[in-house]
Design a protein around this ligand. Sequence first.
Ligand code: G3P
Length: 223
Amino acid sequence: MTKVPKIIINYKTYEQSTGSKALKLSQYAQEVTDETGIEIAIAPQAVNLAQICEAVDVPVYAQHIDPITPGGHTGSYLPEALIETGISGSLINHSEKRLTLADIDAVVEIIRKNNLTSILCTNNIKTSAACASFEPDYIAIEPPELIGSGVAVSQANPEIVENSVEAIHNVNKDIKVLCGAGISTSDDLVSAMELGADGVLLASGIIKAEDQKQAMLELVDKV
Ligand code: G3P
């Protein structure tokens, strides 16, 4: 494999990646990064960000940022509050947290203004091409129907990866592309890279594994 893959584990809100288990999983990501030299980035729940950013050196991303300013937004998190935890950036518009176009634009701008990394999630080739106009750092293409299925997008629907990479780069060659949904093995990762992706975004294949650290080691085995 010529390129070093960008690997991000999205913790979502699984019981196995919450609270003290989120901290343990983050320590595994650090250990695998240190032992293999392949960086495993992570996206814990907001409530665990400060503690985890303090505990590990691997990039920590928020799963979502609310495009709000200080004031009456009960139950939301101020972007500045999340940024203060030490995050390296954020996922945006994940299929489980969809935003309007105006909000996507606002959040990408907030992240850019703070010199952090934006990872904009899309669901197909058309939305990938459209989202490229917001100039995020990454676009993560994830067909929702494969999320959590254990059937890797790079194996089950290689065209969506290959054609999204082309559609995105027709708009802006600088945008890096991740693919996600069902990714769990090193073969899935190698296939994604061969299809032109710069890395993967994954969740259940690692989080729900019997041995989460071993699952991470196996994921990067063929890198
Ligand atoms: O953000 C990545 C996630 O949506 C993929 O889920 O469980 O199919 O790896 P999973």
